[in-house]
Design a binder for this molecule. Sequence first.
Ligand code: SN0
Length: 315
Amino acid sequence: MNYTSIKDIDSLSKWVKSAIKIKKNPLKNKKLGKNKTLGMLFFNPSLRTRLSTQKAALNLGMNVMVMNFTNEGWTLEFEDGAIMNSGASEHIKEAAEVISQYCDIIAVRAFAGLVDKEKDNAEIVMSGFLKYATVPIVNMEGATGHPLQALADAITMEEYKTTHRPKIVLSWAPHPKALPQAVVNSFIEMMQLQDAEFIITHPEGYELNPLITKDSKIEYNQDKAFENADFIYAKNWSNYNDYGKITNSDPNWTVTADKMKLTNNAKFMHCLPVRRNVIVSDEVLDSENSIVIEQANNRTYAAQLVLQKILKNGQ
Ligand code: SN0
């Protein structure tokens, strides 16, 4: 069993229930991972993903090895048949097979490059590990998805929802840096599995991959989208059509207390790290309606559920 996409979830309601059960007694399966090793490979920075996944593995009694490829590893080649006479020192083929000998599970973080859309959509790094590793792979944010984050989001919404079918709004917000679409892609796929009134709001031209958004509702008027919402999930992404570009930085899209007033006393969510007073005002982020800290806490239980399932071989 791998966990590289929302499609790997067979029953979301069962997964969320199991994660909430794990949260109540996180050390219950302390022996399950004894003498098993999780290898965590980072091609990009991390705070929550690194610490929560490591914590999850420790709760299961696993050993953990972390390697930062950006400044410690050899530069890897991912192309089949490449003549390796320039930058890259080692092919993914050997690297993945070798790491598989040391680790029982390999977790990988490899963001989108945001230059070549086709390359990003092909998930070069994640697919390389899936193809050549001989042990299960966990996605700690790839080029097109962040399924551990989305699982933590689903757990958090289950804990905080006050109605059976909440109104959930994913809102684009401005950002000074071009960011990937991975977090929102997985969030959208997760929302499509939920019983919810789900609306995406973003400026015109910021449409995401239609293969992901499918028939999810898009509302270009942010105020209208916010009306009566139970959850506001803010996140920036760079332009998908004008790939990787920032074509809008309109501060009117920042989530402010005035905008939150349009909602049904909505909870505010963000995957973090968050740019204060750019994505969301201090007032909202510091308010009682902000659940970003608990959302981050749930990253541990999302990761622990996934590792536990892999260790139990899919159950
Ligand atoms: C990443 C992203 O995919 O949007 C990771 C989120 C979990 N976020 C960033 O890179 C933010 C960096 C910044 O400078 O604000």
